[in-house]
Design a protein around this ligand. Sequence first.
Ligand SMILES: [Cu+2]
Length: 151
Amino acid sequence: MMVRVMIIAVLAALLGACGATQPPIVVSEAWARPTSDGAMGGDDMHGMGMSSAIYLKIASNAGEDRLTGATSTVSDTIETHNVENADGVMKMFKVDGIPVPANGTVELKPGSYHLMLLNMAEPLAVGDTFTATLQFANAGAIEVEVTVRMP
Ligand SMILES: [Cu+2]
């Protein structure tokens, strides 16, 4: 009798915890440029084959984290990039991960942080979707569905 009461109490506590706990990292609004978009996607940008970029929003419900990279079947290589204005020319460069502030958000968007798709095997057209697996230093792997559209 005592054991049964305790089991019910433990189950209730577990259910309560599940209901109240948000995932530490929530990713939303993931999209990518079509490879035909010369502004960023392109046929031979960097001399590394077809390229594109993924943009999305990351919200942390917990401590700070870091997007360290990503993988996808559409691209051999995905790098974390940022953009800087060098004497009026927008230049992008590789960064060592993208920081996510504690209980805050970071937006990967044109002219700022993005995930760079390089060495792409096939082009991306508007309306295509694909899956990317994002890798976070603390939250681990998170899969997102990416929709291809114009900016
Ligand atoms: Cu880039």
